[in-house]
Design a protein around this ligand. Structure first.
Ligand code: NAG
Ligand code: NAG
Length: 495
C-alpha cells in the first residue's frame, strides 16, 4: 500500500470522508517518483525527503576478482569515481568498492587490501507495480572492471591478519620531517595490516581509507601505495592499562575503540579540506564494552587543506547519539556521508537479514545528523582516556551531542516489494542482505528538483558463498549471499 498523500491524510485527520478520490494514472513508466512514496523529515528547520527506492542490483556471491579471489565484502565502502547522465533518464558511472579483510569466518587471513572498479548503468524505476526480482536487476546493471591491490612503502603487500603486534614509529615516509605513528602489523610479519572500512577518493588519484585496527586513517597514492597515516587522539586509540597500544581485534582494550568497532565511517566535506571519521560505537571508557551503554560514539575532523602537512591537525570532535534497538542495544554506525556544512548521513543498523543473525531486520537506515549545536570536544580533556565523556553510557552534562534524525528506511516492505525483495522469512536470494555499510551520493540533475540526489548503498556479504576461493584455496561458507546494491532518490536541500 502506498502512503496516503499529505492532502488525503489531512482530510482523514480532520474527519472528512473522500467519496472516491481522483486516481491520477501515472502510466507504466513514469519519469518521476510517485509523490505518495515521499517521506519528509525535518532537521534544524530544513525538510529532507526520501522519495523511495529507485534501483537494485547485485554481483553474484561466487564472482571472482582479477586475482582469482572471491569478490566479496565490497559494501564495506563505496565511492563514485564517475557519474554521467545519458540524457534519456539513464546514467552511466563507476563505483570504487573496497572490501574489508577477506573471508575471515574461520579466523583472519593474509588478505591483501584492495579496491575494485565496477561500472554501472542506472535506469531508475519510478513505477508502483512490483518488478520481478530478475527485472529489478536491470535497474542497476553492474559490471566488474578491475582491481587495485594495496601496498605500503616499498611495495610490500598489506595484510588482513589480526594486528597482534606493532611496528615502532619510523621516519622517512613520506618525509624525514616527522616519524610515522606506530603501525598495526601481524605477529612475525612486518606488513601493515588493514581492516578497511571507509573510502574517500581525491581528485589527484590518491585516496583515504579508514580502518578498524588502528583505528587509523591512511592515504594511498594512485598506484595503491601507502603515503600517509593519521593517528586519532589518545582517547580513541586502543590502549592497555599501562597506556600501551594494543591493536588486536580479538579482545577489547582497556580504553579506546572497542574491538571491531573502529573507524567504520569516513567522509570529506565538499571543499575537500576537512576529513571526517566516526567510530562504529563508543570507545570503551564511554561505555563501549556493553551494547546497552555504547551509543555515544565519536566523530572526529582533520584539517587536510594542505596536502604537504604530514600530521593533519584535529579540528573537530563531536558526540553522536546512535539509535537504540527495542532491547536498548546500540544500533552501531557503518558509514557516514557529508551532506552540507554540519549535516551528514549516518548508516545505522542491526545485523539481521541475509547472511546475518535472523531473517527479520528491524533497523537499517540512512539517518541524518546535525552537529551545528553539538559541543566540539577536540583537544579538550576528553581526548585523554582517563576522562570519559560518557562513563557507563551517561553523557557528561557539559557536553551537547549532535541532533539525530531518522530518515531513509532500507527495510520498508512496500519499497522492497517494488524490486522483488523482502525482509523476514524465507531466507532466499530475495531476502535483503544483513550488513549494509556504505553510502555514496550523485546529483540527479533534474532541473525541477535541483536538490535531488541518488543515494547508493551496498552490502558487505562477508564473502559468504558456497563456491568461494580465498588466497587460492576453495571454500564453502554454506550459503550464497550476493553482493547487493540499492539506490534511493532523496532531496537534500542546504537551507
Ligand atoms: C553506458 O554503458 C553501457 C554499458 O557499458 C554502454 O553500452 C553504453 O554505450 C553507455 N552509454 C553511454 C551514453 O556512454
Ligand atoms: C530463516 O528462514 C529459513 C527458511 O527460509 C529458516 O530455515 C531459518 O530457520 C530462518 N532463520 C531464523 C533465524 O529464523
Amino acid at each position: 500500500m502506498a502512503r496516503l498523500s499529505p492532502f488525503l491524510a489531512l482530510l482523514a485527520f480532520v474527519g472528512i470522508t473522500v467519496g472516491s478520490p481522483v486516481v491520477k494514472k501515472r502510466g507504466t513508466n513514469p519519469t518521476e517518483p510517485d509523490p505518495d512514496f515521499a517521506v519528509n523529515v525535518k532537521l534544524n528547520g530544513i525538510t529532507y525527503t526520501n522519495k523511495g527506492l529507485v534501483a537494485f542490483g547485485l554481483i553474484p556471491s561466487d564472482f571472482k576478482d582479477s586475482t582469482g579471489d572471491t569478490l566479496g565484502g565490497i559494501g564495506s565502502a563505496i565511492a563514485l569515481s564517475s557519474f554521467t547522465s545519458n540524457g534519456d533518464g539513464t546514467f552511466n558511472g563507476s563505483i570504487v568498492a573496497q572490501p574489508d579483510r577477506g573471508f575471515n569466518i574461520d579466523g583472519t587471513i593474509n588478505y591483501q587490501g584492495r579496491q575494485h572498479t565496477i561500472d554501472f548503468v542506472l535506469t531508475p524505476y519510478y513505477g508502483d507495480d512490483p518488478l520481478s526480482f530478475t527485472d529489478a536487476q536491470q535497474t542497476l546493471q553492474l559490471e566488474y572492471k578491475s582491481t587495485l591491490l594495496y601496498t605500503e612503502r616499498g611495495g610490500v603487500q598489506t595484510s588482513g591478519l589480526d594486528a597482534t603486534s606493532l611496528r615502532a614509529s619510523t621516519s622517512g615516509f613520506p618525509s624525514n620531517a616527522l616519524a610515522d605513528p606506530p603501525l598495526p602489523v601481524p605477529s612475525g610479519l612486518n606488513h601493515l595490516t588493514l581492516d578497511s572500512e571507509g573510502l574517500v577518493l581525491n581528485s589527484d588519484g590518491s585516496f583515504w581509507l579508514s580502518d578498524e585496527y588502528g583505528p587509523y586513517i591512511y592515504r594511498f597514492d594512485s598506484s595503491g601505495d601507502l603515503i600517509q597515516a593519521i593517528q586519532p587522539p589518545a582517547a580513541i586509540l586502543p590502549e592497555d592499562a599501562n597506556g600501551n597500544l594494543e591493536f588486536t581485534s580479538e579482545d577489547d582494550p582497556t580504553t579506546g575503540r572497542a574491538s571491531n568497532q573502529g573507524f567504520e565511517c569516513l567522509t570529506i566535506d565538499s571543499t575537500g579540506k576537512t576529513l571526517y571519521a566516526m567510530l562504529q560505537s563508543a570507545p570503551i571508557q564511554d561505555g563501549g564494552n556493553k551494547k546497552s551503554n555504547s551509543r555515544f560514539t565519536r566523530l572526529v575532523a582533520f584539517d587536510i587543506s594542505n596536502p604537504s602537512v604530514v600530521r593533519p591537525s584535529l579540528v573537530g570532535e563531536w558526540i553522536v547519539p546512535l539509535p537504540l534497538s527495542d532491547k536498548g542495544n546500540t544500533l552501531a554506525a557503518s558509514e557516514i556521508h557529508f551532506v552540507h556544512e554540519n549535516v551528514f548521513l549516518v548508516l545505522a543498523r542491526d545485523g539481521d537479514g541475509h547472511g546475518g543473525d535472523d531473517n527479520q531486520s528491524k533497523y537499517k537506515q540512512a539517518d541524518l545528523i546535525d552537529i551545528s549545536k553539538a559541543t566540539n570536544i577536540a583537544n579538550t580533556k576528553f581526548d585523554q582516556p582517563a576522562n570519559p565523556v560518557a562513563p557507563k553510557g551517561k553523557l557528561d552534562k557539559s557536553v551537547t551531542a549532535a541532533t539525530y534524525q531518522s530518515f531513509v528506511d532500507f527495510i520498508d516492505d512496500d519499497q522492497l516489494a517494488r524490486f522483488g525483495l523482502h525482509n523476514g522469512d524465507p531466507a532466499d536470494q530475495t531476502l535483503i542482505d544483513a550488513k549494509w555499510e556504505s553510502l555514496a551520493l550523485a546529483p540527479v540533475g533534474d532541473p525541477s528538483f535541483p536538490n535531488d540526489f541518488f543515494l547508493f548503498t551496498a552490502a558487505d556479504n562477508d564473502f559468504i558463498t558456497t563456491n568461494g576461493v580465498s588466497l587460492g584455496q576453495p571454500y564453502n561458507a554454506g550459503l550464497d549471499n550476493d553482493n547487493q546494491f540499492l539506490v534511493f532518490r532523496v532531496t537534500l536541500p542546504s537551507s
